[in-house]
Design a protein around this ligand. Structure first.
Ligand code: PLP
Length: 455
């Protein structure tokens, strides 16, 4: 009984603006993920935990820009930091080193156990791209291993088997490598090793077979931000990668700051070789970062590159220079916003408060769905969760694909109509700005949405 609210008059301006956009922007969206049928809702304003669309409808926002906003929309501290950086210092960007780069790098080194040094870039995708290239440069090996269902950005090497079509995905113990977009070269398919998440036995078998050619495993320690790697699985994987000389990359673009200030690696007590960050780190502005062990990160240094370049034939062990650059890397406005956000999370027990509010919402939602006869698990840790309708354990993509997404979607569309915003089927991301009152309204809206869907 999916009733799409955006077909009602309540969203007439959104519909019209989307039509207008579609004539000059393919699909009317600048990222495929922004689209949902029959048309996305076009937003006009954001304040704290709220969004207001072009028709004047107000929503409690749980999308929080796919988790990037952890201090809500337009937080005064973030706003002050950004305006101070831009106006008092008189520039938008320097194109030279500046203090905030070191301030942020020191902050990350202090928070993330696996980070000794950091490089900044402009998106999570750039960070994972840099990580995989650095792993190949460091190990001298060509192939990359990843887990089925894990997302690391939209470029060719990692856009494999994120959610492959049924019938193409291979056996669960040996998942197939399936490109998620047309136009991806076979080179990447042939140089990717696909692993089954949370299945240690099968993962070990594949890794031992290919260890000599795998530079690194890139993984989301908590898949999609809400399906955790089992502690035992994570510990054994760390030990095995050390044994086999395969680097372990934690992609913490989603989990960074959201599970703990030091991300999933703090939660698990596991040190990866490389860590990628993004989203919350930029306080709402575009950012990515790669951090890791000094010995690996030093390869990025231009001074070591120069040594390498002049090493010559008499030093056959010398590595070729490693390239990393970017016009906007370490953007001062972004770093000011990110530092203000981290400071906000650190002070006044704010992170704990978000976690407690999230736990309360999850618990009450589970009770409510259960009373309505719907087996639902509010899965996730820290400040992210997802509503997963199933009575079975969910440990990976295949389990997730077995859940009742049509019921979930029906509820989501009703919720949009009732003023709760998340893109249908998306996670819930909380912020400092989600109040007790928001949580109460959210619970009432779910109650009504379930009633409508069931009636
Ligand atoms: N890695 C993970 C785990 C992500 O969740 C995302 C984005 O959702 C990315 C990488 C890509 O980040 P961006 O969208 O900033 O390029």
């Amino acid at each position: 009984k999916t009733k799409a609210p955006s077909t009602t008059d309540k969203m007439a301006v959104s519909r019209q603006l989307h039509e207008e956009a579609s004539s000059v922007i393919p699909g009317g969206v600048t990222a495929n993920i922004k689209y949902f049928a029959p048309h996305p809702i076009v937003m006009e304003e954001g304040h704290g935990s709220k969004l207001i669309d072009v028709d004047g409808n107000e929503y409690i926002d749980y999308l929080m820009c796919y988790g990037a906003l952890m201090s809500g929309h337009g937080h005064p501290s973030v706003y002050a930091a950004v305006t101070d950086q831009m106006y008092s210092k008189g520039t938008t960007i320097f194109g030279t080193p500046h203090r905030l780069e070191t301030d942020m790098a020191k902050k990350l080194v202090s928070l993330y156990p696996g980070i000794d040094q950091v490089r900044f870039c402009n998106s999570g995708m750039e960070a994972t791209l840099l990580a995989t290239r650095l792993a190949a440069a460091y190990t001298g090996k060509k192939k990359l291993a990843k887990f089925e269902g894990h997302y690391h950005g939209g470029y060719d090497q990692v856009l494999m088997s994120v959610n492959p079509e049924e019938g193409k995905s291979g056996q669960s113990s040996e998942p197939a490598v399936v490109p998620e977009s047309s136009g991806i070269s076979d080179y990447y398919v042939n140089n990717t090793i696909m692993l089954p998440f949370n299945d240690y036995q099968a993962t070990e078998k594949i890794l031992r077979r290919h260890a000599h050619e795998i530079s690194a495993i890139i993984m989301e320690p908590v898949q999609s931000g809400f399906i955790p790697g089992k502690q035992d699985f994570m510990e054994k994987l760390r030990a095995l990668t050390l044994e086999l000389g395969i680097l372990l990359i934690f992609d913490e673009v989603k989990t960074g700051f959201r599970l703990a200030l030091g991300g999933a690696q703090e939660m698990y007590g596991i040190k990866p070789d490389l860590t990628t960050l993004g989203k919350v780190l930029g306080g709402g502005f575009p950012i990515g970062a790669l951090g890791g062990k000094r010995e690996i990160m030093e390869l990025c240094s231009p001074s070591s590159s120069r040594d390498i370049l002049t090493a010559g034939d008499d030093n056959p062990g010398a590595r070729q220079a490693f390239f990393h650059s970017g016009t906007y890397n370490g953007h001062p406005t972004t770093l000011a916003a990110g530092l203000a956000t981290i400071q906000l999370l650190e002070e006044d027990n704010n992170l704990r408060k978000i976690f407690d509010r999230t736990e309360h919402l999850k618990g009450e939602l589970e009770k409510m769905y259960y009373s309505a006869g719907i087996p639902m698990q509010a899965m996730g840790e820290g400040s992210i969760f997802n509503i997963v309708i199933t009575d079975k354990a969910v440990n990976n993509l295949r389990d997730m694909n077995g859940t009742n997404t049509s019921l979930r979607k029906a509820v989501d569309y009703e919720l949009l109509d009732l003023g709760i915003y998340s893109k249908p089927l998306n996670r819930y991301s909380m912020s400092t700005e989600h109040s007790e009152g928001d949580v109460e309204k959210t619970l009432q809206a779910h109650h009504e949405a379930i009633r409508r869907v069931k009636s």
